[in-house]
Write a protein that binds this ligand. Structure first.
Ligand code: NDP
Length: 338
């Protein structure tokens, strides 16, 4: 039986990655797209070969679909996910799950009560590079992890220089856009949760309306690992990377904070340097495959709703730290709904 998807939002991310990822599944089908503008819905459906276009969520949820992929602007995720859960549709929701972690918890609780699968589309967990790093750490190949560094400052492409840099009410700003991914990827690779964060943010000339377009965060994890992460929209010439340094070795990954199955991971120990091999499957396609399996009752989405609560809780704490000038503790209980 195929999974029939309804797209909530005529978005760039769906057009660039998720439509292909759904169609890459042997059991994936896109039945309809919803846009708040009837004209945009029709045009988007035509351009992407989607059979139906609707302009209300109600109409989408009443159509013959099993799941929705929500990729509207961030302030809309909460109500759309709650409505989908009420209608018994599975939900794959973009990050950040909502504007606040309290709202994200409401979404996850509603999904649980409705018995539907809810996943967060943190694509980086699906990258072969990050899975290879997680496995190497879990296998003890760098000894005891001590410190991590994430380089994830990019240049926001011109076609995306809209709500992210102008609309606080839509959940703009680099922290809700990229720090959530870094918090999630650190948790995934280290197999650990952050306990404290200290952050500085800046407005380096791109974002307006009081929004930040750059952030540097320092995290302390439960195990004692300390980490730094740098997120930005304004650095045209920077590389991305992810490093984890341990007592017996270092993992040094280059060009891996990306939407493509790209980059390299090098393990350096007393024995020398080794390039780790890893699979190059499309990140979004793997996310979909795991989500379909979760619908069949086999395992969980690559990033669950609770992972989405965690990443948003961490991002919120980073913003709070930047605004207050203080170190902010992250209550581990806030990362779950139990
Ligand atoms: P877009 O700006 O492309 O789309 C967001 C919404 O903007 C759409 O739902 C659409 O509303 C509206 N919109 C799109 N084009 C137009 C237009 N020409 N005129 C007016 N309104 C328009 O956002 P993104 O695709 O970049 O991001 C969407 C979500 O996905 C966000 O939550 C973001 O954080 C997340 N994201 C996640 C990524 C990942 O790798 N996990 C990567 C990129 C984004 P309507 O549907 O009503 O037409």
């Amino acid at each position: 039986m195929s999974v029939r998807w309804g797209l909530v939002g005529a978005s760039t991310i769906a057009r660039q990655f998720m439509i292909n990822a759904i169609r890459a599944q042997s059991d994936g089908e896109i039945a309809a797209v919803m846009s708040s503008s009837p004209e945009r819905a029709t045009a988007y459906a035509r351009e992407n070969g989607i059979p139906a276009a609707v302009s209300t969520l109600d109409a989408l949820l009443k159509s013959d679909i099993d799941a929705v992929y929500i990729s509207t602007t961030n302030e809309l995720h909460l109500e759309q996910a709650l409505a989908a859960a009420r209608a018994g549709k599975h939900v794959l929701c973009e990050k950040p799950l909502a504007l606040t972690s309290a709202d994200a918890r409401t979404m996850v609780a509603a999904a649980r009560a409705a018995g539907i699968v809810l996943g967060t589309n943190h694509h980086l967990r699906n990258a072969g590079a990050h899975r290879a790093m997680r496995e190497a750490i879990a296998a003890g190949r760098i000894g005891k992890p001590i410190a991590a560094r994430v380089f994830h400052s990019v240049y926001l492409p011109e076609n995306l220089q809209g709500w992210r840099i102008t609309k606080p009410e839509a959940g703009g700003g680099v922290v809700l856009d990229i720090t959530v991914h870094d918090a999630d990827t650190l948790r995934f690779v280290l197999g650990d949760d952050p306990l404290e964060v200290s952050a500085f943010t800046q407005s380096a000339g791109m974002a307006g309306s009081g929004l930040e377009d750059g952030a540097m965060c320092i995290w302390r994890f439960k195990s004692g690992v300390i980490a730094q992460s740098h997120e930005g929209f304004t650095t045209k010439f920077a590389d991305t990377g992810f490093e984890v340094h341990g007592s017996d070795g270092s993992l040094i990954a280059s060009n891996v904070m990306t939407q493509k199955p790209a980059g390299s991971v090098m393990l350096r120990t007393a024995k020398g340097e080794e390039q780790l091999s890893f699979d190059r499957e499309d990140l979004y396609s793997r996310s979909l495959r795991q989500f379909h399996a979760a619908i069949r009752g086999e395992g969980q989405p690559a990033a669950t709703g609770e992972d989405g609560i965690w990443s948003l809780t961490a991002a919120e704490a980073a913003l709070q730290s930047a605004n207050s000038g203080k170190v902010v503790r992250i209550d581990p209980k806030l990362g779950s709904i139990d």
